[in-house]
Design a protein around this ligand. Structure first.
Ligand SMILES: Cc1cc2nc3c(=O)[nH]c(=O)nc-3n(C[C@H](O)[C@H](O)[C@H](O)COP(=O)(O)OP(=O)(O)OC[C@H]3O[C@@H](n4cnc5c(N)ncnc54)[C@H](O)[C@@H]3O)c2cc1C
Length: 472
C-alpha cells in the first residue's frame, strides 16, 4: 500500500477534473488527480465550447491553445436545433468553437503538467471515509489522506453513490447514438464544414432524429441518431456497425460508403441533478452532479464552469482566507445554473416533434425565436452568458460576468491569468488586500461605475471595491 497526503484529491480526469486541478494548482494547492483509465480515450464526445467557456479559458490564457486544436468556428448556437445567434451579447467570443472533447482534455492536461501535476492514471477511487479533519481515499494500492475530495468522476460517479446522494430527475423515454464515421467520399448533400447549426439535424419518422457534423478531417463526420420515443432494453449495450449503417443509409442512401466507424456510443435522455453538491469535505462537480440529454451542447461547458467556480473557493478555504460560508456558495451558485440547463434541455426535448400538435408548436416557436428579445433570452441560456449570481450590491452588473474590454495594455481578460482577484479602477486606489491585483483603466464597461472588484472566476463581486465580504 502506497500512502500519500494532499490538500485536495480530484477523482476523475475528464474536462471537469482537469479544469479544477488546474485552478487548484494555479492557487498553489497540493492536488492529486486520480483517473480510472490507463490512457486518455481520445474519444471526441462533446464537440463544442460555448461563448462563456471560451471566455473562461481566455481568463487563464488557454483559449489560443484550444483554438489551435479546434476544427470549426460556428457562427451560432441552437435551441432545439433552431439556430440562435449570439450576436446580441457583449462578448469577444460570440460563437461556438468546434473542438472535440479529447482535444479540450489534452489542452487542460498539458497545462496541468506544466504546473507540475501529473494525472495518476490507472487509479480508480473505490472507497473513502471522512472525518472532521479530512478525507481518506483508497484507490487500489494507493491511500491518500487529504483535506478535501472532489468527485469529478462522471455521470455514474462512485463518489456521489458512496455519499448516498439522491440523484433525482426525469427518466427519459428515448436514446441516442453518437458515432464518428469516416466515409469513402463525402456523403451526398452533407456539408464539408461546420459553419452553422442549420440543416445539421433532420427527423425521419416521429421521434427519430439524425444529426450530421463534419469533424474537420476529410470525409470524417459525427453522426448522431436516435429515437425520442423508444430505447433499447440495455442502454449500455455496444453499438453495432449495422445500427450505424442503417442510420447512414436512411440519411444519405445506399451509395454512402463507410470506410471506418472510429467510435460509437449510446446516450440516454435521462435528466438528473444531485440534491447537494457538498457533504462535509466531499464535493461533486460536472456530470457527477448533473446529467442531461446533450441538447444544445451544454454538459462539458457546465462542468468546466463548475470547476472555475469551485477552484478559487476551495483554495481560499485551504489558505484560511475564506469568509464563513464561502465554500457553501459553490452549491448555492452552481446548482441553480445546472437546474436551468436541465430545464432548457427539457424544453428543447418538448420542441422536437413526435406528433402533429408538437409540429405546430415547433413552427410557432421557430417564429417566436426570430424576435430579437426572445433570441437574446435563449442565447443567454445556452451560451452561459446570462449567469448572474446572487449579490448584495444593487448595481445591475454585480454578480454577472465581466465582459472582456480593452485596457491600456490589451484586454482585461489577461489580468486574470494568475487566477487572482482583480480591482479595476478609473482612479488610483491603494491595494485593498494582498490577494488583489489592482489595475487602473481609462474606461469600464459600465459608465456609471468608478471601480469593479472582480472574482478570480471573472464575476463582478461589487462596484465599491470593498473586499471585506469576500476576503478575510
Ligand atoms: C454523445 C455525447 C455528446 C455530447 N456532446 C456534448 C456537446 O456537444 N457539448 C457539451 O457541452 N457536452 C456534450 N456532452 C456531454 C459531455 O461529454 C459531458 O458533460 C462531459 O464529459 C462531462 O465531463 P466530466 O469531466 O464531468 O465527466 P466525464 O467526462 O465523464 O469524466 C469523468 C472521468 O472520471 C473517470 N472516473 C470515473 N470513475 C472514476 C473513479 N472511481 N476513480 C477515478 N476516475 C474515475 C472517468 O474515467 C472519466 O475520465 C456529450 C456527451 C455525449 C455522451
Amino acid at each position: 500500500m502506497t500512502e500519500l497526503t494532499a490538500e485536495v484529491v480530484v477523482a476523475g480526469a475528464g474536462p471537469t477534473g482537469l479544469m479544477l486541478a488546474n485552478e487548484l494548482a494555479l492557487a498553489g494547492v497540493d492536488v492529486q488527480v486520480l483517473e480510472r483509465m490507463h490512457e486518455r480515450t481520445g474519444l471526441s464526445k462533446a464537440l463544442n465550447l460555448q461563448p462563456r467557456t471560451a471566455e473562461v479559458l481566455d481568463l487563464r490564457g488557454l483559449l489560443p491553445r484550444a483554438k489551435d486544436r479546434a476544427f470549426a468556428t460556428v457562427a451560432d448556437g441552437h435551441f432545439a436545433v433552431i439556430p440562435i445567434p449570439y450576436t446580441g451579447w457583449d462578448t469577444r467570443h460570440p460563437y461556438q468553437l468546434g473542438i472535440p472533447q479529447a482535444e479540450v482534455e489534452a489542452t487542460l492536461e498539458e497545462r496541468l503538467a506544466e504546473q507540475g501535476v501529473k494525472v495518476r492514471r490507472g487509479h480508480e477511487l473505490t472507497t473513502f471515509t471522512q472525518d472532521a479533519e479530512g478525507v481518506t481515499i483508497t484507490a487500489g494500492e494507493l491511500r491518500i489522506r487529504a483535506k478535501y475530495l472532489v468527485g469529478c468522476d462522471g455521470g455514474r460517479s462512485t463518489v456521489r453513490k458512496a455519499l448516498n446522494m439522491p440523484f433525482e430527475g426525469i427518466e427519459g423515454q428515448g436514446h441516442g447514438v453518437a458515432a464518428d464515421v469516416l466515409f469513402e467520399s463525402a456523403p451526398p448533400g452533407a456539408p464539408t464544414q461546420w459553419r452553422s447549426m442549420t440543416n445539421m439535424v433532420t427527423s425521419g419518422s416521429p421521434g427519430k432524429f439524425i444529426g450530421v457534423i463534419p469533424l474537420g478531417e476529410r470525409n470524417l463526420y459525427r453522426i448522431s441518431f436516435g429515437d425520442r420515443l423508444n430505447r433499447p432494453r440495455n442502454l449500455r449495450a455496444e453499438v453495432t456497425p449495422d445500427e450505424v449503417r442503417a442510420a447512414v443509409t436512411e440519411r444519405f442512401g445506399e451509395e454512402a460508403g463507410i470506410a471506418e466507424i472510429r467510435w460509437a456510443s449510446r446516450f440516454s435522455d435521462d435528466s438528473r441533478l444531485a440534491e447537494n453538491y457538498q457533504v462535509g469535505r466531499v464535493l461533486l462537480a460536472g456530470d457527477a452532479a448533473h446529467i442531461h440529454f446533450p441538447a444544445g451542447g451544454q454538459g462539458l461547458n457546465l462542468g468546466i464552469q463548475d470547476a472555475m467556480n469551485l477552484g478559487w473557493k476551495l483554495a481560499a478555504e485551504l489558505r484560511g482566507r475564506a469568509p464563513a460560508g464561502l465554500l457553501e456558495t459553490y452549491e448555492a451558485e452552481r446548482r441553480p445554473v445546472a437546474q436551468q440547463v436541465l430545464d432548457n434541455v427539457a424544453a428543447q426535448n418538448a420542441l422536437i416533434p413526435t406528433n402533429p400538435n408538437q409540429l405546430a408548436l415547433r413552427a410557432l416557436f421557430r417564429d417566436l425565436a426570430a424576435i430579437p428579445e426572445v433570441q437574446h433570452r435563449l442565447s443567454g441560456m445556452v451560451s452561459g452568458l446570462n449567469i448572474k449570481y446572487a449579490n448584495e450590491d444593487p448595481h445591475p452588473a454585480a454578480g454577472t460576468r465581466l465582459p472582456d474590454f480593452p485596457t491600456r495594455d490589451g484586454h482585461a481578460s489577461t489580468l486574470f491569468h494568475k487566477g487572482t482577484w482583480v480591482l479595476l479602477t478609473k482612479t488610483p486606489q491603494p491595494k485593498p488586500h494582498k490577494e488583489v491585483l489592482v489595475a487602473e483603466v481609462p474606461e469600464l464597461p459600465y459608465p456609471d461605475a468608478e471601480r469593479l472588484l472582480v472574482r478570480p472566476d471573472g464575476y463582478i463581486a461589487n462596484t465599491t471595491g470593498e473586499t471585506k465580504p469576500w476576503l478575510t
